[in-house]
Design a protein around this ligand. Sequence first.
Ligand code: GDP
Ligand code: ZN
Length: 448
Amino acid sequence: MNTLSRDTIAAIATPPGRGGVGVIRISGSAVPALMDTVLRKQLVPRYAHYGPFHDHDGSVLDSGLALYFSAPHSFTGEHVLELHAHGSPVILDMLLRRLLAAGVRLARPGEFSERAFLNDKIDLAQAEAIADLIESTTEQAARSAQRSLQGEFSNRIHQLVEALIQLRQYVEASIDFVDEDIDFLSEGHIAEKLAELLATLRHVRRSARQGCLLREGMTVVIAGRPNAGKSSLLNQLAGREAAIVTEIPGTTRDTLREHIQIDGMPLHVVDTAGLRDSDDVVEREGIRRARNEIHKADRILLLIDDRTPDEAEFLIQGLPADIPLTRVYNKIDLTGRQPAFVEQPGGPAVYLSAKTGQGTEHLRNHLKAAMGYDSEAHDLFISRRRHLDALSRAENLIENAEKQIRISAAELLAEDLREAQNALSEITGEFTNEDLLGRIFSSFCIGK
Ligand code: GDP
Ligand code: ZN
């Protein structure tokens, strides 16, 4: 990649507003010339220099620290200059205008990271991790983003890609050397190697899914009969009156969404219309939306009135079996049961009162545990839906490849392996298109 062919960009790297220090970052081939005009000297790379920042007429705009990183030993791989001025929006604007007048262009969102990616300083998953690190709202999300940024996630993807390349080489060689007497596909233990690969891939996908939950938060749907106390529970978890609580069944006709945190863990709670047959058009629409929401959830909280606990099994039959479910027995203040969390054969259950709040701690702790929030987090890395999609496409292709072995279809096997490799390479950006890059980097904020 020719780093000299790109123009020189600049942006204020510190957040808007006043502060002790404000940083302007500049990247590109014009940096040495800018040092002459703005600093009136060439800086030694990687040393902090204190001095005046000059306007075009020689007057001093501000004084501060300047740092120079020479290409390719910089974040972007290009010449980079950082000006640490006083953190006044007016000063930073004047400095930025001075740079623009000298032929520098204002950076687009994410353009510094994009250049770092294009100049092979980081891969795509690492570039995304920078954005995730900056945007992280919890300590665990920040630590996980840091691990992705260090390349832990990318390394696992590289290992999978390496294994696929080896398998492909073997399979493609076997296509070229057709020999009636030797079944290359069984001789080479291809099936065992594929099974091994699939196991590793599934493990990575599970970790990535956890990382995705950490980044985006877990979506929990509260389902149950009208009047079970769904809206009351949402209010309890949110700590305020978000949903309307009434004694009239069918009050929650639309779905309600609350973004809450449990000890810093992001959680989206959705209160649904009660599941029941209704003649009311609006309520029926609410119930249809409720079923939609339930299918998208990471976990269902099935709320049951503890006075009629037997209803649970009937209601569960109508819910998707592949989404984890917790039974929540509500209104224990009326039945006199003790608040509790129990792990039953049919799944976890919590006994609580959404009205008095007793037992809701059990539910909070259970949700944290279910998300892996309290677990040893050292092998979690941050990841995105995009990564999960790519991982599951690769998984499907390799499952397909296993079938091709059984029918000795070497060409189809080779094709599945090739596509699986491409799917995985999308994650690190080795196999990707301009559209995807544009979408990813434009979601960054300016100065990154
Ligand atoms: P939803 O239809 O499932 O959303 O139920 P609501 O949250 O609107 O509650 C229905 C009724 O049950 C209201 O009168 C609530 O005050 C009452 N309720 C909800 N939870 C409890 C509880 O834990 N104990 C008692 N005693 N009443 C409750
Ligand atoms: Zn409700």
